[in-house]
Design a protein around this ligand. Structure first.
Ligand SMILES: NC(=O)C1=CN([C@@H]2O[C@H](COP(=O)(O)OP(=O)(O)OC[C@H]3O[C@@H](n4cnc5c(N)ncnc54)[C@H](O)[C@@H]3O)[C@@H](O)[C@H]2O)C=CC1
Ligand SMILES: CC(C)CCC[C@@H](C)[C@H]1CC[C@H]2[C@@H]3[C@H](O)CC4=CC(=O)CC[C@]4(C)[C@H]3CC[C@]12C
Length: 369
C-alpha cells in the first residue's frame, strides 16, 4: 500500500458485514477510509440497507456466502488488500449446537486465514471478544484489567472456547508468507459487551419492560461491574487498526487489543438503564429482588428444560448458568494499548453514544425492527 497523496485505492473485505457490528464497520469504512476503492461485504444474510450504499462513490460489492465454505471465502478474499473478519456465531443461549459454533467461529476463521495466504492478502483484523479472557468458570473478577493482566482463562462454554481458538489461529498466522512472498500481518480486537444502534438484547429488554408495564426487576447486585463499549467506537477501532497495520506491522502484528471508550463502569442492568430509563422504564430494587440461589436454580432449570425439549422445540431463554455467571462477574478493562500502538481515540463521546442509543431504542422498541 503506497503512503502518498496519490495513494493506491484499496479493496477491503468485511466478513459478517451485515451483522450488528459489521454494519457499523461497513458504514465507518465508507465515511472514514479515504483510500477505500472497493468495499466487499460478505455475509450469510445480506441486509436490504446495502442497496442504498451502492449508489455512492465507492464500489460496494455484496457477497452472499458462508465462512465455513472455503471456496466461497477464497473467492471473496482474492484481490482484497485488507480483510476485517467480524463474522461469527454469537450464541450463549444454546440456540446453535457446539459443533456449529465451532464450525463457524473456528473453521470459518481458519478459512479466512488460508484464503489470505493463498490469494496474497496481507492484512487481517479479527474481531475477537473479551470472552477469550473471561469471566472464567471460577467467577474470578477481572477488575479494570488490561492486555497484560494475569488472569486464569478457563472456558467450558462453546462460544468463548471457539473465540479463544480462533483468536489463537489469527495471532499464530501473523508472519506467515502469503502468495507473492510477503508476510501476513494480523491483529485481534477484543470488544467487551457492545451496545448501540442495532443491539438486539437491549431492544428485547426494552420490549420486556414495556410488557411489564414499564418495570424491570433487578437481578444482579449493582456492585458487579461490566465493561461496555459503544458500537461506533468498536467500528472506528477496526477501521483504524486496519489502516495502520501496514505502517506499524512490526508493532501491531500478532497483537491483541481490548476495545474501550469512555462508557462508564456499571452493572449490566444499571448500564442498560442509562438508555432504558430515558425511554420510560424503571429498574425496581436497590438490591436484587430474588436471592441469588433462586436465580441459580432457575438458570439450572432452564438448562434442563432446554435439554429435555430439544427434540421437540428450541427453548433458549436469556437466563442459563453461563449467562448468569457472566452477568454476575465483574469484568472491566482499563487500557490505552490501542492508543499507544495505533493512535486510537474514541470517535464518539459517552454523551453521543448514549444519545444515539436512546434514539435507536425508542425507534426500535415501537417498530418491528
Ligand atoms: N455483540 C457483542 O457484544 C460482542 C460481539 N463480539 C464479536 O463481534 C462479532 C460480531 O458480533 P455481532 O455483530 O454482535 O453479531 P451478529 O450476529 O449481529 O453479526 C454476525 C454476522 O456474521 C454473520 N455470519 C454468521 N455466521 C456466518 C457464516 N457462517 N458465514 C458468513 N457470515 C456469517 C451473520 O449473518 C451476522 O451478520 C462476532 O465475531 C462476535 O464474536 C465480540 C465481543 C462482544
Ligand atoms: C437478568 C439476567 C441475569 C441478565 C442476563 C444478561 C445476559 C444475557 C448478558 C449479561 C452479559 C452479556 C454478555 C457480555 O456482554 C459479554 C459478551 C461478549 C460477547 O462476545 C458476546 C456476547 C456476550 C457473551 C454478552 C451476552 C449477553 C450477556 C450474557
Amino acid at each position: 500500500m503506497a503512503d502518498s497523496a496519490q495513494a493506491q485505492k484499496l479493496v477491503y473485505l468485511v466478513t459478517g458485514g451485515c451483522g450488528f457490528l459489521g454494519e457499523h464497520v461497513v458504514r465507518m469504512l465508507l465515511q472514514r477510509e479515504p483510500r477505500l476503492g472497493e468495499l466487499r461485504v460478505f455475509d450469510r444474510h445480506l441486509g436490504p440497507w446495502l442497496e442504498e450504499l451502492k449508489t455512492g462513490p465507492v464500489r460496494v460489492t455484496a457477497i452472499q456466502g458462508d465462512v465455513t465454505e472455503a471456496h466461497e471465502v477464497a473467492a471473496a478474499v482474492a484481490g482484497a488488500h485488507v480483510v476485517i473478519h467480524t463474522a461469527g456465531l454469537v450464541d450463549v443461549f444454546g440456540r446453535a449446537s457446539p459443533e456449529t459454533i465451532h464450525e463457524v467461529n473456528v473453521q470459518g476463521t481458519r478459512n479466512v486465514i488460508e484464503a489470505c495466504v493463498q490469494t496474497g492478502t496481507q492484512f487481517l483484523v479479527y474481531t475477537s471478544s473479551m470472552e477469550v479472557v473471561g469471566p472464567n468458570t471460577k467467577g474470578h473478577p477481572f477488575y479494570r484489567g488490561n492486555e497484560d493482566t494475569l488472569y486464569e482463562a478457563v472456558h467450558r462454554h462453546p462460544y468463548p472456547c471457539s473465540k479463544a481458538l480462533a483468536e489463537r489461529l489469527v495471532l499464530e498466522a501473523n508472519g506467515r508468507e502469503v502468495h507473492g512472498g510477503l508476510p501476513l500481518v494480523t491483529c485481534a480486537l477484543r470488544p467487551t459487551g457492545i451496545y448501540g444502534e442495532g443491539h438486539q438484547i437491549m431492544r428485547d429488554f426494552y420490549r420486556q419492560g414495556l410488557r411489564l408495564g414499564g418495570w424491570l426487576f433487578r437481578a444482579i447486585p449493582a456492585s458487579v461491574e461490566h465493561g461496555r463499549v459503544y458500537v461506533g467506537n468498536v467500528a472506528w477501532m477496526h477501521v483504524l487498526a486496519a489502516r495502520e497495520l501496514e505502517r506499524r506491522a512490526a508493532l501491531m502484528g500478532g497483537q491483541v487489543y481490548f476495545c474501550y471508550d469512555g462508557s462508564p463502569y456499571k452493572s449490566y442492568e444499571d448500564f442498560n438503564m442509562e438508555f432504558l430509563g430515558p425511554c420510560g422504564l424503571q429498574l425496581v430494587g436497590a438490591r436484587p429482588l430474588l436471592p441469588y440461589w433462586v436465580l441459580v436454580f432457575v438458570a439450572a432449570l432452564n438448562a434442563l428444560l432446554q435439554w429435555l425439549l430439544r427434540p421437540l422445540v428450541l427453548y433458549a431463554p436469556l437466563l442459563n448458568p453461563y449467562t448468569l455467571a457472566v452477568a454476575n462477574t465483574t469484568f472491566t478493562v482499563s487500557t490505552d494499548k490501542a492508543q499507544r500502538h495505533f493512535g486510537y481515540e474514541p470517535l464518539f463521546s459517552w454523551e453521543d453514544s448514549r444519545t444515539r442509543t436512546i434514539l435507536w431504542v425508542q425507534a426500535a422498541g415501537s417498530s418491528a425492527q
